[in-house]
Design a binder for this molecule. Sequence first.
Ligand code: SF4
Ligand code: SF4
Ligand code: SF4
Length: 302
Amino acid sequence: MRRGDVTLMREEHLPEHHPHVHVHACITHSEPFHEKLAKLRAMHRRGKKLTVGVYGLTGCAGCQLTILFAKDKLFRFLTMVDVMALPFIKEQNYTGNFDIIILEGLVANKEDKERAEELRRRCGILVCIGACAVHGCVPAMKNFMNNPEVERAVYAKVDYLNSLAATPVSKHVPVDLELPGCPPDENQIYAVLTDLVLGRPPRVTHNPVCVECVHREVDCLLMQGKPCLGPITTGGCDAICTAAGHECMGCRGPAPDANLTAFINLLERQGQKRENIERRLKTYAALAMDEAEKAQDVQVNF
Ligand code: SF4
Ligand code: SF4
Ligand code: SF4
């Protein structure tokens, strides 16, 4: 995965649209992303509706529900595209290829992996939405535990599970765009989808949530002694939790330049226990956080 490729879409090169909306993106498919966008732009200009499929792997369906519950935005979106498959709510679904597939959920078993591979073959642009698809979310915590024990504690029968290590979709197939969050904000989802349909590059951010707090003039929770993960978490949610008085739990994953050592030291100086800090850090993005900790040589007690 080449996260550095997001520099292809530097914000200063983008038209002013959708203020406060940001996209965490990685571009890994063989055809350059800008060529795919050019095709979508040409189709839009010819007045051709794009074909879209919405699918889910292992997940709670919360991301798909976020798409469905945003009724006004959904109806506007449907004037631009044909949603020809959405098995979560439709019995009859198109079985051919799509211009865009929106995929929720992580790869947790053999069926998920095969499904992800099949859907990758069937679309031009694969958009992964949600912490499960992008980071493995809560299920990835099992990767740091005794897996057979975890499964026996949860399921009466484990023979049929075909389980694999819990992993994001991008570990298995190339992904064009990733929207993290549990779930991602509906404004962000539809801003990104609209950008794609119009063939223009979605904007990205490397800013932490704190930047959005400042824009919203939120009273800092960390300064009040609360273990808010905003300083080390990728923004783009418009600080939705902190603005409502709740600490950021890091659902959008670690910011690329997060200084974990300094942040953990800060929380420890505030009286937080190391074990609790580690658990909080690894609730939504255990794999990415583990990689970041190893890269920064942080001592892990998880
Ligand atoms: S990211 Fe969150 S809302 Fe979306 S499927 Fe996973 S658990 Fe559900
Ligand atoms: S409340 Fe959290 S996210 Fe907001 S500024 Fe403080 S530390 Fe950053
Ligand atoms: S404030 Fe933190 S936990 Fe809340 S939506 Fe944003 S990134 Fe996720």
